[in-house]
Design a protein. Structure first.
Lengths: 785, 344
């Protein structure tokens, strides 16, 4: 909402300190987004008379113009424009003038002939949008004076307000001025109006067939009108508010809308004199709005029709072409109505048609502002139509859905104290709210006020709304700042603490955190070897390629790997911790948090190493199950991480087909872990074991193990065989190749034995070693010779 | 010449022979051989010692013995000194020979990095933890109730249209259209926290949120917010302003200050925007806040006549973007390792 300083000052004496006014408006909750000066004269640009024109043989495109700037001295100026003739009065930017576009006018001419200034177009000096030629001023304009002054253009300031949805009254000057006057302790001056109507009674019948959609419809007839141009000051006022001047009647309609926040419509009286019908449109009904667009209406669009039931306007949004005021109009019917806000918004949204009227109706205008507004309309129209006759007999059709003129609510002083921390009497509450149009009286109980809410404040209905008014006018800054002492122990939960630990761990393992888009294209999951059957879809995606909600982090991570590979980045190791959203049986999906680490150019053993680190770091274990490869993984180089039937994650290499689909070369090691499960498992503190003081004995065993026997099984067997004396076993060498048959590999283990209470004898050690060999042989593993 | 004279002559000869052998040892190994020889049975001193028994005179024998011992001590001390000198020389040679250029090493596995949005989130969490807040989380796919209805935005509420909501296609026949959605703010977690915790509540809720916004240099359809609530008896607007001020100083620095100015949100009343600035600097708009609307407290199962509360929230991505001077927010989501590795 653009508010002109000069216009605002008509409502109260706010003074000339525009920065202070802007600050106060902001403090009251109407954010001032910008404060712009307009109409500042360009110093050095003066009126000058064209004395004669000359062409130069070597300069076809420019003219030599000789001007008199009022001092009787003939000055020579080069000029590229062609619209001037001797005797015209034009703007002359004299030497040294700083032009608004940053240029400085100097003597520098062409062909060695100096120019003693520059003649200007309206655009160049910010006076009009017309840059096609020089600005020609009216004959008789004094010479050598400031051009702005010559044209009567005053400087002004435009405040651009960001009016929030809860202040329907502040899309008009009156509302802003009322708040500001209260905020600055100024007397609010309402515009002068004459509420009487002297002309003979002319009533236009109104029939409302959708009473819940239109609860008030008033029509006032005026005659004695000459349609003409508005005076310059009105045109300029509208221009500075962002509107175009059309003619005196339309301009007045717009002024009333801006000033009083009261949309209104002036019809040519002849086209509507038999009456109005306010009804719902029928489905498919056609109507051409004022912007020449033919619109197809629906049965929930409210329309205004003439007595012949022909549509003359979409209620609260825009009129039609055929009932508008024309140059030959001499009588008008002024409609001011109240339409149900939500429905106006729905129709406006449906037709993508937002107008100055719909903007106001959808927030809710004052249902009781019509009489004052129509009187103001007449007052402003009388400026150009001195013979204006305002006819008695105005129609005022109301329905039962019209809101009450003044709603009331009870306000407990204690609530003000509880919410704002300030105590207040009913009297101070009253004097604070009265300038805003609220009434305050003693309520039924002690410390309770009955507050009457003015009809233009539909944002207020309950106690807390009044508390907010108090806060705004008391001043947020005056409510103080107190840091509360939290009685709660501030900390991360166990899950959050463990998530941070995990992130640190994964980063220390070399991976960088990616944040891929959680939206996938249709087919992305299938390309990753996963089912799309349990994926949710967006009803209104931005683009089709982002319409499927991920059920796995893998597709997004594959895209990230492929992206980095295509940019020739080495050592690609990425991870993500994020939510996935597989569909479940409830309304909401089975959303859970997942970890995915991917390393390009690495095989399954790297993935296993990652898992062993994560497993150690988080203190959670799982069984490795290679029986059923996880979907999307390499069939023979992957495993599920399970605990009983619960799958905690997957580990291994990504399926080569999936990699090919993603355009990835080389192997990709991948670890996925369901964090919703494992982060929630907080391990119990470990019990300290006494470290044995006795020496330990080490021995190595290298076996040739058939590929069908897993290393995990062999270790399990060795552990069992070695019994309590075994304190450590680790795989230190894997060998395939010469000396070992193709369907087997050599696995070498180092075992350490130790007893808590004695030094082991050689016999004990060789006994354990023998048992280990027997156990390994049972699995088909032979001691490597 | 008495036997003792000849003995003492022999002792002194043995000693000088030993001392020159020690001095002539070129390195530790040679010295150890000399040392072993001197201590051996065939060494001059051992032989002399063996001859002691032949001396009849006790006094004489005693004095000869003492002379031999004294000589042994001399020799030992000479060995020790020579040994120390040779060892020091050898170490010095070793150190000189082992010279290493420390800039000449093969990089071990590179440390990765956390995402700058994660870093910003953790920094914010830590500041609020210091102010006595706990951290709460909630689902990203939400119901209409938690995202709108419970936040004082019933079905027809005009403010809903400002949220550019992304809806989930109904997965079941009995599901209302638009009843499940991607949360447009972290505020649903407010309601979930109030429903499951009991006052006093001091909680912040960071998380991922979604709006149907076309990506540009400052907007992403998927982004991150942090929101905080305090619900307790006796909480007023001044406490809201106090927490905002305390946060501003703790997070941005002591030279910063904050202000609240009236605004509008459906879920708070009175509502405010909060701005921050350096002393005498320009105000920078940071986020929204306000006293929790009684309807929101009720939706969380809290009696607004007994408890009051406030809420505040702002974007996290912008914090990360501005901290690291990222020009275009979309860069933060390309997952380009050349970008990510800058912030480890």
């Amino acid at each position: 909402m653009k508010i002109l300083h000069s216009w605002l000052n008509e409502f109260a004496d706010f003074g000339s300190d525009v920065e202070a006014i802007a600050a106060r408006i902001t403090e009251l909750g109407l954010a001032v987004e910008s404060v712009d000066r307009v109409g500042d004269p360009v110093a050095g640009v003066v009126t000058a008379k064209v004395l004669r024109l000359e062409k130069h043989p070597d300069a076809a495109k420019v003219t030599r113009v000789y001007v008199d700037a009022g001092d009787g001295v003939e000055r020579h100026v080069w000029c590229g424009a062609t619209n001037m003739k001797a005797g015209d009065i034009v703007p002359l930017a004299t030497l040294g003038t700083n032009m608004p576009d940053g240029r400085v006018i100097t003597q520098r001419g062409i062909l060695g002939i100096d120019s003693e200034g520059m003649l200007c177009s309206g655009t160049e000096i910010g006076l009009s949008q017309d840059g096609s030629g020089l600005l020609i001023l009216p004959q008789g304009t004094a010479l050598g004076i400031d051009v702005y002054k010559a044209l009567g253009v005053d400087a002004d300031v435009v405040f651009d307000l960001d009016v929030t949805r809860n202040r329907p009254d502040c899309t008009g000057y009156l509302g802003v001025a009322r708040d500001l006057a209260a905020g600055m302790g100024k007397q609010l001056n309402l515009p002068k109006v004459d509420l009487s109507a002297d002309g003979k009674a002319i009533s236009v019948p109104v029939s409302i067939t959708a009473p819940d959609r239109c609860s008030r419809f008033t029509v006032r007839v005026m005659s004695g009108i000459t349609v003409t141009q508005s005076p310059d000051w009105i045109a300029r006022r509208l221009a500075r508010a962002g509107m175009r001047s059309i003619n005196n009647v339309v301009d007045v309609s717009n002024l009333v809308n801006l000033e009083l926040n009261q949309p209104n419509h002036a019809y040519d009286f002849n086209s509507v004199q038999d009456g109005f019908i306010v009804r719902l449109a029928s489905d498919g009904e056609q109507f051409t709005t004022l912007d020449s667009v033919e619109r197809t209406l629906q049965s929930n669009d409210l329309v205004i029709c003439n007595a012949q039931n022909d549509i003359v306007g979409i209620a609260g949004i825009m009129g039609g072409l055929h009932s508008e005021v024309t140059d030959s109009t001499t009588s008008i019917a002024v409609e001011i109505a109240y339409f149900e806000p939500d429905a106006v918004r729905a129709t406006s949204t449906r037709h993508a048609l937002r107008t100055e009227a719909s903007l106001r109706f959808e927030r809710g205008v004052d249902p009781y502002g019509a009489d004052f507004a129509v009187a103001r309309f007449a007052e402003l129209l009388r400026i150009t139509c001195p013979d204006l006759v305002v006819h008695a007999g105005a129609t005022d059709e109301r329905t039962s859905s019209l809101p009450n003129e003044m709603k009331t609510t009870q306000v407990r002083l204690r609530t003000i104290e509880r919410v704002l921390g300030i105590s207040m009497t009913i009297e101070t509450l009253g004097s604070m709210l009265a300038p805003l149009g609220f009434t305050v009286s003693r309520g039924s109980a002690d410390g309770v006020a009955d507050v009457g809410i003015p009809s233009w404040r539909n944002d207020c209905s309950i106690e807390i709304d009044i508390v907010e008014e108090v806060a705004r006018h008391y001043g947020y800054d005056n409510l103080g700042k107190i840091v509360p002492t939290s009685p709660v122990h501030g900390r991360l939960s166990d899950v959050q603490r463990r998530r941070r630990l995990l992130r640190e761990l994964v980063v220390s393992l070399g991976a960088s955190e990616a944040m891929p888009n959680p939206f996938l294209a249709p087919g992305d999951l299938e390309k990753a070897g996963l089912s799309e059957g349990n994926a949710l879809r967006l009803a209104n995606p931005l683009v089709a390629e982002e319409s499927v909600l991920r059920t796995s982090l893998v597709p997004g991570m594959l895209k990230a790997i492929a992206y980095n590979q295509s940019h020739r980045i080495r050592e690609i190791s990425l991870f993500e911790i994020g939510h996935v959203y597989p569909q479940g049986v409830e309304i909401l999906p089975d959303e859970y948090e997942s970890l995915c680490i991917m390393v390009a150019g690495a095989d399954a053993s790297v993935a296993m190493d990652l898992w062993s680190q994560v497993s150690l770091g988080l203190g959670v274990g799982a069984q490795l199950s290679q029986d059923q490869p996880p979907a999307g993984y390499h069939a023979t180089r992957s495993a599920q991480l399970k605990r009983g039937k619960v799958v905690l994650g997957s580990v291994g290499e990504i399926d080569p087909t999936v990699l090919a689909n993603a355009g990835i070369t080389g192997r990709v090691a991948c670890l996925e872990v369901n964090l919703s499960i494992v982060l929630a498992e907080v391990p119990k503190p470990a019990n300290a074991q006494v470290v044995s003081k006795y020496p330990s004995s080490d021995f190595d065993l290298a076996f040739v193990v058939p590929n069908t026997v897993s290393a995990a099984n062999l270790v399990k067997a060795l552990r069992q065989a070695a019994g309590n004396l075994l304190v450590d076993i680790s795989l230190f060498d894997i060998y395939r190749g010469k000396g070992v048959s193709d369907d087997a590999r050599s696995l070498a283990y180092r075992l350490r034995l130790q007893a808590p209470d004695r030094t082991l004898t050689d016999v004990e050690v060789s006994d354990v070693r023998a048992k280990c060999l027997t156990a390994a042989e049972k699995l088909g593993a032979a001691l490597r010779g | 010449m008495s036997p003792s004279d000849s003995l003492s002559h022999e002792i002194s000869q043995a000693q000088s022979a030993a001392i020159s052998a020690i001095a002539a040892s070129p390195d530790v190994a040679a010295l150890r051989v000399v040392q072993a020889d001197l201590a051996g049975k065939k060494s001059a001193l051992s032989i002399l010692r063996a001859q002691l028994g032949k001396i009849q005179d006790i006094e004489e024998r005693k004095s000869a013995g003492q002379a031999i011992n004294a000589c042994a001590v001399e020799i030992e001390s000479a060995i020790e000194q020579r040994m120390a000198k040779l060892q020091a020389e050898e170490r010095a040679q070793q150190v000189a020979a082992e010279a290493m250029d420390l800039s000449e090493f093969v990089t071990a596995k590179r440390r990765g990095s956390t995402h700058i949005v994660t870093q910003a989130t953790q920094r914010l969490e830590d500041v609020f933890i210091g102010l006595g807040f706990q951290v709460a989380e909630g689902p990203e796919v939400e119901t209409d109730f938690y995202n709108f209805e419970a936040l004082n935005m019933p079905k027809t509420h005009p403010a809903r249209s400002e949220f550019d909501t992304m809806f989930i296609e109904p997965a079941r026949a009995d599901q209302e259209p638009n009843s499940v959605l991607l949360r447009t703010h972290t505020s649903p977690v407010q309601i979930r926290v109030m429903q499951s915790w009991k006052p006093p509540i001091y909680a912040v809720m960071p998380g991922r949120v979604f709006r149907r916004d076309t990506p540009d240099a400052t907007h992403m359809p998927v982004f991150h917010q942090i929101e905080g609530i305090v619900v307790d008896k006796g909480i007023t607007f001044a406490h809201l302003a106090g927490i905002i001020e305390a946060f501003t100083k703790a997070f941005f620095g002591n030279e910063f200050t904050s202000r609240l100015r009236p605004s509008f949100f459906p879920f708070t009343e009175p509502s405010a925007e909060f701005d921050i600035r350096r002393a005498n600097g320009a105000w920078i708009e940071l986020g929204g806040c306000g006293m929790m609307h009684p309807n929101v407290l009720r939706a969380g199962g809290i009696d607004p006549d007994e408890f009051t509360g406030f809420a505040f929230g702002f974007g996290i991505d912008r914090m990360a973007k501005e901290r690291h001077n990222v020009e275009d927010i979309r860069e933060m989501y390309t997952n380009d390792l050349r970008f990510l590795r800058q912030f480890s």
